[in-house]
Design a protein around this ligand. Structure first.
Ligand SMILES: [Zn+2]
Ligand SMILES: [Zn+2]
Length: 326
């Protein structure tokens, strides 16, 4: 490449091409074709933040997701083009502590144009929603700090979007922030955030009702992404690996989790769409359980029209089956 195409120029070219072809489709990268040239360029660190920005921004914003579809976003690395997008965006929506590369790029290039969703409400401790008890007087088994060495005393759990009520509150704040950047449309943003809040409240009610009466409440999951969900709906999370999915569990940890799964009569070991199911399958085989997908929605796994709300509802059905809820 001997020239550099700015994202804005690229979006304009794409829009022109789509207009020529008479296409009115949306793309996740450039927003609606032929959209308002005044629309606000927003960069989101990963899918749930993209979902939020698109729902609240509507056609007033063009949202770029830094994470590739189908790729696990924790360990995202940024290419120079993406760093450029961060530098040029009107607003960067990110979650400090979730994607170190994004944290760094924001700090260097977008300090005053960034919205850190981790600051909206205090984050839960890494051990929240965990599973910790004394099995009939035997010595307490430490399944709380999945990796004691990585989970220092003040470690926080970043997976905040899996509590729909928290996501709604983040949405309200995002609307306020967008309104500050684009005062003419502040009312629209507020309205859309309120509409999304209603949908998320409905989802919250479905979870509360759907998980009210279950035969089991322990969930064995591949990485500890479900602390917020567990805390909100009184489940107990037993994670095979820690807060980051790329850590390999130790043989000792595998043995502990297998023992836990047996002890609590788990019928299902959960795995994720964006990481390998191998370890979950091994434990499932060992204890005679099934495996099923419980999606932490760190990214969408398929381009099948699913969104945050529909994947959450699929998760609810999966949980109801696995935990024998009535
Ligand atoms: Zn995660
Ligand atoms: Zn236990």
């Amino acid at each position: 490449m001997t020239f550099r195409t700015t994202p804005r120029a690229l979006a304009a070219t794409t829009a022109a091409l789509l207009a020529l072809a008479g296409v009115t489709a949306c793309s996740t990268d450039g927003g609606p074709a032929g959209a308002d040239p005044d629309r606000v360029d927003v960069v989101a660190g990963f899918y749930p933040l993209q979902f939020l920005a698109e729902r609240i921004g509507g056609d007033a914003v063009a949202v770029t997701n830094l994470a590739r579809p189908g790729a696990e976003p924790h360990d995202l690395e940024l290419n120079p083009r993406q760093v450029g997008q961060i530098s040029e965006a009107k607003l960067v929506v990110f979650l400090h502590g979730f994607q170190p590369a994004v944290d760094e790029a924001v700090e260097q290039n977008a300090g005053d144009r960034a919205f850190d969703v981790a600051t909206v409400q205090p984050l839960l401790d890494a051990t929240a929603g965990g599973h910790d008890h004394d099995h009939d007087g035997e010595e307490e088994h430490a399944d709380e700090p999945e990796h004691a060495e990585e989970t220092s005393g003040d470690a926080k759990d970043p997976h905040v979007w899996l509590d729909p009520t928290r996501l709604a509150t983040i949405g309200d704040q995002l609307a306020e922030r967008l309104g500050g950047i684009d005062p003419d449309r502040a009312g629209e943003y507020t309205q859309r955030a309120a509409a999304l809040r209603t949908e998320l409240a409905q989802l919250d009610t479905e979870f509360t009702e759907g998980l009210k009466t279950c035969q089991r409440r322990e969930i064995v999951v591949s990485h500890t992404a479900f602390g917020y969900l567990a805390q909100k709906y009184q489940l107990e999370q037993i994670g095979i690996t820690g807060l980051s999915p790329e850590n390999e569990p130790s043989p000792q940890r595998l043995a502990e989790v297998t023992e836990e799964a047996r002890e609590h009569g788990a019928t299902t070991i959960f795995f994720e769409t964006l990481v390998s199911p191998k370890v979950a399958e091994t434990i499932a085989r060992e204890v005679g359980a099934q495996t099923a997908v419980l999606d932490p929605i760190e990214g969408l796994s398929a381009e099948n029209g699913a969104d945050y709300l529909s994947v959450m509802r699929t998760n609810l059905q999966t949980l109801r089956t696995a935990l024998s809820c009535s």
